[in-house]
Structure formats: C-alpha cells, structure tokens
Design a protein around this ligand. Sequence first.
Ligand code: CIR
Length: 263
Amino acid sequence: MTSAFSVYEFDSAIVRKPSRSVAKGLRAGGQDDPRYDVVVDEHTAYVSALQEAGVAVQTLDALEEFPDSIFVEDPALVFPEAAILLRPGIGSREAETAAIAPVLRERFETVLELDGGFVDGGDILNAPDSVMIGLSARTDLEGANALMACLEKIGRKGEVVRTPENVLHFKSDCSLMDDTTVLTTQRLSASGVFKDFAQIIVPEGEEGAANALRVNDRVFLGTGFLGTNALLERAGYSLVPLNTSEIAKVDAGLSCMSLRWHS
Ligand code: CIR
C-alpha cells in the first residue's frame, strides 16, 4: 500500500507524561539520573512543538511503575491505516505494550500484534519505500519476522537491517529529513543501508543529533548540535531546536516521546 501521506506528515500523536520514576530510567552508560522537573520541561516543550506543527496530541497519564514509559514510541508502531503492538526487548518495558494497547484499540480500527520475538519501536524507520527494521540488542530476528508478517497484512513492505553495534536503537542514529534524504551518523552510513538516499552525515561528536524528527514542514533538532544545525540550515530545512539534555541521560532523543500518524 502506498499511503496518501508522506512519512513525515502527521496530524495525530500520542504522548505519555513523564513519571517521577523517570529518574531510574534505563541507560547503557553511567550517566547521572535525570531530574524529573527538567524532564517535564523538555517534554512540555516537545508537546508544544508538535501542536505548533499542526498535530493534535493525546496525552496519557504517567505510569510510575514504568520509568521508561514516557518513551511511547517503543511499545507500538502506528500508520494511517493500523497500529501494531510491539514487544519491547527488555524485561522492565514489556508490560508497556499492555498499558498502551487499550488506547490504540480506541484510536485504530485495525490493531495487529507480533506473534513472537522482540521489537522496540525505536528500531523502526518508516521510510517511503519500506519499513526498515534494525536488528539490535532489543530487536531480534524472530520479532523482525513477526513484524514483517504484520506489515504484509496491511500491504506494507518491511526490510530487515542492522542497528550499529553498541547503539541502542536504529533510529538513535538516523531520521528522515524528507522522502529522499536521511540525517545519519557516519557509523550507520558506513553500513551502506542508506545507499538509495541522499545523506546528511552529522559531524563527529554530534551522533546524538541524528535522532531528529521531521514533522510536517519542520525538523525538530536537539539543541547544542551546532555543526548539524548549520548543515540542515544550509540544506534549507526549517529547524525547531528542542532541549534533550536531560532525557539524553536515559539514552533518549526526539522520536521516542511520541507515536505519530496521519489519520
Ligand atoms: C530505554 O533504554 O529503553 C530508554 N531509557 C530509552 C528509550 C529511547 N527510545 C527510543 O529512542 N525510541
């Protein structure tokens, strides 16, 4: 199925308020705990930016028992025509799927489920010609195959690719800027996965900038990534700088805080 909308055209989104327990969110390195009040500020600015871009945002209540539940991108995948419930590949986040499922069943007529394996939404890049599924420490081949089967049911093509070693998610290292251009890191670009795209490579030391987010006519970009900012400005994108320094302490960026689709 070719959707009537570009992969970056959105009019609807779901977000979840941060819980105080976000301070205990998962992280691979030894970063300090994020401060709840600063995470709230970052989240509030993100929601406002979505609304200003023309997106109607549904905000779900915080879930104290799940420190990472603010990152609603991981337990599900949404398209204009259907939602797919995923299976996060780390024990402490597994039950987030059941927590968001009733909301998705209310919003979507078709809700599919993986019949096995594990997939985190952060490993999925919905590109114009295929839904790219990055194998990672969170997303395994069984899950990727189960997701491919779901995608086939809704007439979409999946493609199994690889998340770079020691990178949390495929989308930690890339984001679409438009239908033909991807913003990516050198290490992901080197895998050849984006050979059919025009590529903008983030400067060394700015890998965190690659998890940007194109929303309608603008691109959300983490603040402080001056080199990437200059590259994208030069390429003519309209940038919305958003502070992500607190959520970055729990390995998060701009795509992970919402589920976005065009209704
Ligand atoms: C985790 O490790 O699962 C969270 N601390 C961060 C999740 C970020 N999710 C995303 O980029 N899609």
